[in-house]
Design a protein around this ligand. Structure first.
Ligand SMILES: [Zn+2]
Length: 572
């Protein structure tokens, strides 16, 4: 079956092709779609390979129509005359395959590796699947090896070296093995095939470039990159996907590159199922529609998950930074606490102290004695007075109201008052909020009123305050900020969704949660960031203090009771 949809150069050089499969002989000349070559891969899969997992496990690996017609037939069938080699060779050297998750990528990648190793008529072929690290590189190798096990023909030909993850075909003296990023310099052979899965998680382009430049002594080497969209616009994956899109739009610009990119239009309604199929050609066959629906439902209620849904399920380039908290959920944990109800209760503190342009915050988390999944949250916040008017507009005048209502303590001048007016070494000694205490007196009062188990703080700030807390005999601990708060953020989200917090109505904390954006790294860790840092009038400090308190509770180890008995008591 020859697809007429794609472009091919008009070149008529070369003799009649003559390639055969069964009783079919290709009689074309010049650059052409060679049916026997195209069918050879398709039949290699259905004859020798088995599905290794899923509902079709152990059944013959018969390509879906779209896989065969749109991907593998053009990829292996497009052929051109080579003066260098004096024979017909495949036209495509590089293949980009960019689709949503679970579009049969790993199956196909494994089939490519096996075909190039022993189905491609290449003597002493060296095939590699590569990634940043060994573990990731094995993600292509292991399915291929499982396919070998399931195939009598392949197990008769290929021997496995488990230790180095290598499959060897003695008939053609060819081998397929994994290669990890930093070992690229040690390549022994010119690769006949290289497969890189999940390019989005590659740190840089070194491995790909090393493999590409090691080719050249092979007549029809093939370099295949498979990936889902990235959320990092500055990454190698993003550059490669951009390149793939350019080639797909304008194939004449790179006749040796095959590009198959299926992304959902950014303007399309992400919740309309009809828009899902383009980026998910396997939807309904190897990707469950039901599961996709439930992921969509979850993503709809959560901006952070929406981004991940758009990226991985709709194959869209999303912003790395996204709003974090679905405020509808947050507001179900409403209520302002009555402090007298908290007297004597166990609690963890989190402290986020300020520079001159931020708020300072102290958040106490009180685990419920009767329900160990329920927490009361008490918030203290301070702001230098000059900042109130500067930020007031951004809150529609609410900030001044919060100061008047005592949710936020404004201290006169340009910096926050840490010490209060009775200590003698205050930076700014006068408090403008009649009921508000400065930071240190407040800590002291809270330490007397509650049973403080431990206070977490950012080591980069707060040296004086840390000393002050030690002076109060409080247990304190520096808490790593940034991605170090990831598990705390996830815990906050979990408890919010379970509606097990009380006290989140505090307007300053709510303001911070509403403003907070998160960044995700490749290990799915979260970091909370302030929107448009610098320019923005939003602040997230109270949320950071809350996350620090939650993190403190996660790493807290009760101190062992000190052994006060004197070991010499028995002796004397
Ligand atoms: Zn042909």
């Amino acid at each position: 079956m020859i697809s007429k949809d794609y472009w091919r150069p008009l070149k008529t050089d070369g003799p009649v092709c003559g390639r055969m499969i069964y009783d079919e002989i290709c009689e074309q000349t010049g650059t052409h779609h060679c049916n026997p070559r195209a069918e050879r891969f398709v039949r290699f899969c259905s004859t020798f390979l088995r599905h290794y997992a899923g509902p079709l496990a152990r059944s013959p690996f018969i390509l879906e129509d779209w896989q065969a017609d749109q991907i593998t037939r053009p990829l292996f069938g497009e052929t051109q005359w080579s003066d260098d080699w004096n024979r017909y060779v495949r036209r495509y050297r590089v293949a980009y395959y960019v689709v949503a998750r679970k579009a049969g990528k790993s199956n196909l990648a494994a089939a490519f590796a096996l075909y190039l190793t022993l189905g491609d008529d290449e003597e002493s072929a060296a095939i590699y699947s590569g990634a940043l690290d060994r573990q990731q590189a094995e993600k292509v190798f292991d399915p291929a090896d499982r396919m070998r096990e399931l195939s009598p023909e392949l197990s008769a030909r290929l021997t496995l070296n488990k230790a180095i993850k290598r499959l060897r075909d003695s008939a053609t003296n060819s081998e397929y093995r994994i290669i990890a990023g930093d070992a690229a310099g040690e390549l022994g052979h010119a690769p006949h095939g290289f497969i890189m899965d999940e390019v989005l998680s590659q740190r840089d382009r070194d491995l790909w470039d090393a493999m590409r430049t090691a080719a050249g002594t092979r007549s029809q080497a093939m370099f295949i990159a498979l990936t889902t969209e990235t959320n990092d616009d500055a990454s190698f994956g993003a550059r490669m996907i951009d390149d793939a899109e350019r080639v797909q739009e304008n194939p004449q610009s790179a006749p040796h590159i095959f590009s198959w990119v299926r992304k959902t239009d950014m303007k399309a309604d992400p919740w309309d199922e009809r828009n899902w199929y383009h980026a998910n050609p396997g939807l309904g066959t190897f990707k469950s529609l039901e599961e996709m629906r439930s992921m969509a439902t979850e993503a709809k209620n959560n901006p952070e998950q929406e981004n991940s849904f758009r990226q991985l399920q709709l194959n869209q380039r999303v912003q790395q930074v996204t709003r974090w908290m679905p405020m509808l959920r947050w507001d179900k944990c409403a209520g302002i606490l009555n402090e007298t109800d908290l007297l004597g209760r166990d609690c963890f503190g989190g402290l986020d102290l300020a520079s001159t342009t931020d708020l300072a915050s102290l958040v106490w988390i009180f685990p419920d004695e009767d329900d160990d999944d329920h927490y009361d949250v008490l918030v203290r916040a301070w702001i230098p007075e000059y900042l109130v008017s500067k930020l007031d507009k951004a809150t529609g005048g609410l900030l001044a109201t919060w100061v008047n209502d005592g949710y936020l303590v404004a201290t006169e001048g340009d910096v926050i008052d840490y010490y209060g007016d009775d200590t003698g070494y205050s930076i700014n000694t006068i408090q403008t909020a009649p009921d508000g205490l400065a930071i240190h007196p407040q800590i002291e009062q809270d330490a007397n009123n509650f049973n403080v188990l431990a206070v977490g703080y950012d080591q980069a700030q707060a040296t004086a305050t840390a000393q002050f807390m030690q002076g109060l005999d409080l247990t304190i601990k520096p808490i790593v900020q940034g991605y170090g708060l990831s598990s705390a953020l996830k815990e906050i989200m979990r408890v919010v969704k379970a509606e097990k917090y009380a006290g989140l109505e505090h307007p300053v904390l709510r303001w911070a949660a509403d403003a907070a954006e998160v960044k995700r790294d490749s290990q799915e860790r979260l970091m909370v960031v302030r929107p448009d840092r610098g320019a923005s009038k939003k602040r997230i400090d109270p949320l950071v203090a809350m996350a620090t308190a939650v993190r403190m509770s996660q790493v807290y180890e009760p101190e062992e009771e000190e052994d006060t008995t004197n070991p010499f008591d028995d002796v004397f």
